[in-house]
Design a protein around this ligand. Structure first.
Ligand SMILES: [Zn+2]
Ligand SMILES: [Zn+2]
Length: 209
């Protein structure tokens, strides 16, 4: 599984539990994961919520995503799609942790309201949105995007698999999109040898990895 797939597993588990509560009205992924970036930096989720009565449960389900990955954010919006705040990562919020020392964290409990986060609506919604669940006839978030006049979302590089001819054996091998992204991230140039030849060299001790 690439990182995008892992983050989607985390998001789906969260949505599966959260939509059974009575206050959530819509749950979606926003940003690079929704845009199918194979190696996104973080997982951003949006919930439209009727009220904050079940916020402790929502926060708990959000923290359970840390089993998969710590870099998540859950943004809460009211029925008018106005931002309420983000979920604090701490179990006890407000609390003594550094996280909660940020002004505005824990008022109300489990939520941080703005403080260190400058919300810019048009930039926020100029992102791909993947609706996981909605109680509305049509997605309220996508509707809001239309209301803002955003017709096209920010794009994430979509690479295609490419074929490379091995310099040693001449065999054609696939250099997949996710491998390309990983190589780029590591600062490596594309491979010249096929996986079989690399393995053969490794066994012969020509490479130590
Ligand atoms: Zn907090
Ligand atoms: Zn080869």
């Amino acid at each position: 599984m690439n990182k995008n797939e892992i983050l989607r597993v985390a998001a789906n588990e969260f949505a599966e539990k959260t939509h059974k509560l009575s206050s959530p009205l819509e749950i979606a992924i926003i940003g690079s994961v929704a845009g199918n970036d194979p190696y996104p930096n973080d997982l951003d989720l949006v919930i439209i919520i009727r009220n904050l009565e079940e916020i402790a449960a929502v926060a708990k389900y959000a923290r359970q995503m840390s089993r998969h990955y710590h870099g998540w954010e859950v943004f809460l919006f009211d029925e008018n799609v106005s931002i309420i705040g983000r979920i604090c990562h701490r179990k006890k919020c407000p609390g003594q942790s550094v996280d909660c020392s940020v002004p505005g964290c824990g008022e109300p409990p489990h939520l941080r309201v703005h403080s260190d986060f400058k919300y810019q609506e048009k930039i926020f919604f100029n992102s791909p949105i993947d609706v996981l669940w909605t109680s509305f006839k049509t997605s309220r978030l996508l509707e809001h995007k239309d209301e803002l006049g955003i017709t096209e979302s920010r794009r994430y590089p979509v690479l295609e698999d490419i074929k490379i001819k091995c310099v040693l054996c001449g065999k054609i091998f696939l250099f997949t999109a996710s491998e390309q992204k990983w190589y780029k991230k590591q600062g490596f140039s594309p491979p010249k040898r096929c996986p079989d030849c690399i393995e053969r060299e490794r066994i012969k001790g020509l490479r130590n990895w």
